[in-house]
Design a binder for this molecule. Structure first.
Ligand SMILES: Nc1ncnc2c1ncn2[C@@H]1O[C@H](COP(=O)(O)OP(=O)(O)OP(=O)(O)O)[C@@H](O)[C@H]1O
Ligand SMILES: [Mg+2]
Length: 316
């Protein structure tokens, strides 16, 4: 007979964060990021929820200042969250040690910035740029060179391997940047507006490289983007508003690749039952500080409260 210490019938809440077979690869719950400077406090993420499956390719959209880069920097291990929960694979990014974070940045994630100049070292060739992360990870020069060539082949730039960044177009530079990001074979590729500085044809080439790599290697891809072409062509688009995920657009799988996709839009409901109502709806219905919420015929209705006008004025 055992006594006492065996786990009780009710599992702790945090159990949902440990990676079981069905657990999301990226799992953020009620995530907060507060930037503090002298007198100013900016709440960049305020209770964000996000789940991303292993091998998924998804996009994050949202107005300027909605917290997209903040989220991506946290996922990249470049910035630390303030509160909440966030795991990537088995790692908890709130409690990760500095040592483990170095390992995480080196092996688990690759990152592509919007500014082409920020991704590559200007005085190194394309091939040398791709070998850098591998040298840092202790691989032999030969191993690094072979892998760099394989990657440059994959992004369609093997011929250009001896060129320096200034001798490459913006789109070619971004493709090299993808190769650099994937040098150590990380399971996660993050890109913050990777096509923001490119024309649409060039942007398409870069996007295609990411799609191919996602399909061929199973790398999970999270792209922050304003590019409509990209958002139309990924499986899922998550919209951020005021530091939270507000809606998700999921493509219906029944439609074949390359065709016009049908899309369903969902509002994200968090653990506490909160959801964001689009600002346009609130304005249209003149909903101010409070709304009347009722359930009828299997649906939840949100309506302006009686005398809502007075309330609005009260809350400025
Ligand atoms: N290092 C920082 N220090 C203070 N405030 C910051 C810092 N980084 C971001 N912020 C603030 O946090 C909020 C979210 O910024 P973030 O860069 O994540 O937005 P974004 O959605 O990426 O916007 P954009 O589309 O313009 O790139 C903004 O109010 C921004 O001013
Ligand atoms: Mg940004």
């Amino acid at each position: 007979m055992t006594n006492g210490t065996s786990s009780g019938p009710s599992a702790p809440l945090s159990a949902s964060l440990t990676e079981g077979p069905d657990a999301p690869y990226i799992h953020a719950e009620d995530l907060f990021k507060i930037y503090k400077s002298d007198e100013l406090e900016v709440v960049a993420l305020r209770g964000l929820d996000l789940r991303v499956a292993r091998g998924e390719m998804m996009a994050i959209v949202g107005a300027s200042g909605s917290g997209k880069s903040t989220l991506l920097n946290i996922l990249a291990g470049l910035d630390q969250p303030s509160a909440g929960r966030i795991t990537v694979g088995h790692r908890n990014l709130l409690t990760v040690t500095a040592e483990d974070l170095v390992e995480y940045r080196r092996r688990e994630v690759g990152f592509v910035w919007q500014q082409t100049g920020r991704n590559l070292i200007p005085y190194l060739t394309a091939e040398e740029n791709v070998t850098v992360p591998m040298a840092l990870d202790g691989r032999s020069a030969k191993q690094a060179r072979d892998r760099a060539r394989q990657l440059l082949e994959q992004v369609g730039l093997i011929e250009e391997r001896r060129r320096r960044p200034t001798e490459l177009s913006g789109g070619q530079q971004q493709r090299v940047a993808i190769a650099v990001a994937l040098a150590n074979n990380p399971p996660l590729l993050l890109a913050d507006e990777p096509t923001g500085e490119l024309d649409s044809a060039t942007a398409d080439e870069v996007f295609r490289v990411m799609t191919d790599l996602n399909r061929d290697t199973g790398v999970t891809v999270v792209i922050v983007t304003h590019d409509r072409e990209i958002t139309r062509r990924v499986d899922r688009v998550v919209a951020m508003r005021d530091g939270r995920t507000s809606t998700e657009i999921v493509r219906r799988a029944a439609f074949a690749r390359g065709q016009q996709f049908a899309a369903d839009e969902y509002a994200v409901v968090d653990r506490s039952g909160r959801l964001q109502i689009p600002r346009e709806y609130l304005d249209e219905l003149d909903i101010g500080r409070r709304a009347r919420v009722t359930m009828a015929d299997g649906r939840v209705e949100v309506r302006p409260e009686d005398g809502a006008d007075g309330d609005r004025k009260e809350s400025r």
